[in-house]
Write a protein that binds this ligand. Sequence first.
Ligand code: ATP
Length: 258
Amino acid sequence: MMETGFNIPDNHPRAASMRIRERLIEGEERSVVTKAGLFAHGRGEAFDYLIGEASMPAALSAARAAAASLLLASHPVISVNGNVAALVPEAAVELSQLSGAPLEVNLFYRTRKRELAVRDALLTAGATAVLGLGPKTATIPELFSERRIVDPEGIYKADVVVVPLEDGDRTEALKRIGKFVITIDLNPLSRTAQTADITIVDNITRAIPNIVGAIRALRPCGAGTQRSVARGFDNRRNLSEALIFIRDRLTALAGGRG
Ligand code: ATP
């Protein structure tokens, strides 16, 4: 068990992973992250260990396709939950500013206190506006509880939505109402990963900077190139490549006895 609030030495072999945990624990103390969010992180971490804690080639291709789709979108939106706000607030704000996609607070366990805590994390990171908090709301049909609520100016009218670390029910509901869904999920087998249009199988701490880099590279290329990148992407094939990468890595680690 790790303790909280102690200095992680730079030369510790698990330093990066422990710092990420620290951010989530601090986020939980500020009501940004829920206890369920800590469990979700643990599941993600296990997959990151299998991947080798670096972006796979398949994740780089998916990030490039995500960048192209965001550049081509009319109303892109980035959904932010507690783990996203605790882990990558600055990167989420940078992606929002670069892509023109507003940030929308989207909580599985929604309380006013948490909404405001997530909003404050984004404002502290430099956001100038945050959707999903106003008195005006729209709802996604067929979804129950607070997860139905979406902002009429945000996800409700969006054509492309980035929903990192999302649960399967909500992703399926977003697909049913016709959204083009981009997700970031370390588990290539989750329902969200399997349902989305573009799944970046990577840690969000690496995936968002990768999308930002790809937007910078693709923007000057123009809409023709962006369209061919977006059309040339096949999520099924990309998920297969991710699973094959993990299989091959495990085979190599097992001494080649696959
Ligand atoms: P589903 O309902 O889609 O089948 P689930 O029940 O596992 O999946 P949740 O726990 O709601 O879904 O979502 C969390 C997802 O986010 C998990 O698939 C987990 O692997 C992934 N995840 C957690 N932390 C990270 C992270 N830092 N970067 C990327 N993905 C992560």
